[in-house]
Design a binder for this molecule. Structure first.
Ligand SMILES: [Fe+2]
Length: 290
């Protein structure tokens, strides 16, 4: 399902600048899926299953407890507790992305299909150099907007600039269909938001794609592989091409030079990121031992 705006929070009711400053000052810890970010990508658990700030893994749980970061950020805590119901809420993370990107992937691919996962984003500030993408297009989230982001389809994020981009990411889990009334408290407006939001991207014709694949083949080896993954991942934010086509391009380039190690590596990365992975399975882009 395409990502869309679900509602609008009156963000002027919250003095968020101080909390955002505190979150930006917290030293980043190693975390799940770190290897798929480039630049400064930080996830801070504000609410989670254990109440431990260093626990960043999303999982099934009956608890959604405040962590020490929630205590340090009273206005963000107030925003979450004013505007969302906790019945199905499992985790709230503050997400910062600066001068970097998160490469195309799907989340929840390792979890059971019988359960429905619902991810909402709240932009705490507007950053004009930040973009999100999914299989339907590229868009920007503005301060106070609450977005549904379908983490079960291919998606990515980027901040091309150096400015702060702090969002909240709220994960809900439930059986059957969810009514957004079960997520939002009454103060969230579901009628005042923008209806069109996709950004215009330049066309990229077959000839240009062929040139990219040929050029990539000329520089692709195990030492450049990771950089190429990040570079080609950025193309879809600028050009009207599928979000995860970068993986097909890298495989095509590796096949062109008959480099079996790179072909295997690129195919296993594509499988891990957007097709199938098991619970606890890890993948490190630059690990060539496997
Ligand atoms: Fe994701």
């Amino acid at each position: 399902m395409a990502s869309r705006i679900l509602g609008q929070i009156d963000i002027s009711r919250y003095d968020l600048a101080k909390d955002i400053k505190i979150l930006n000052s917290i030293t980043k810890l190693p975390e799940e899926y770190d290897e798929f970010g480039q630049g400064y990508w930080k996830n801070l658990s504000i609410y989670n299953a254990s109440g431990r700030a260093e626990d960043s893994q999303f999982r099934k749980s009956d608890e959604c407890l405040r962590t020490e970061y929630a205590s340090k950020c009273p206005e963000i805590q107030r925003l979450v507790e004013d505007n969302f119901k906790f019945t199905h809420l499992k985790m709230v993370r503050a997400r910062s992305l600066v001068d970097g990107m998160v490469i195309p992937h799907r989340d929840f691919v390792e979890l059971e299909k019988s359960t429905t996962y619902f991810r909402a984003f709240v932009a705490l500030e507007t950053n004009n150099e930040s973009f999100h993408s999914d299989e339907f297009g590229v868009f920007q989230m503005k301060a106070g907007e609450v977005w549904f982001l379908d983490a079960g389809i291919n998606h990515a994020a980027v901040n091309f600039g150096l400015g702060s981009r702090m969002f909240l990411c709220l994960d809900f889990m439930f059986e059957g269909k969810l009514n957004t009334n079960n997520i939002f408290a009454e103060c969230v407006s579901t009628t005042t938001h923008r209806n069109s939001f996709y950004v215009d991207r330049k066309p990229l014709d077959e000839r240009a794609i062929e040139l990219i694949i040929n050029s990539t083949a000329g520089i692709l080896n195990r030492h450049t592989f990771k950089d190429i993954v990040f570079a080609l991942s950025k193309y879809h934010f600028l050009y009207d091409i599928p979000v995860a086509c970068c993986y097909d391009w890298i495989i095509a380039s590796a096949e062109m030079i008959s480099d079996n190690e790179i072909i295997r590596k690129a195919k296993s990365m594509q499988k891990y990121l957007i097709e199938k992975r098991d619970i606890g399975e890890r993948y490190v882009i630059n690990d060539w031992q496997v």
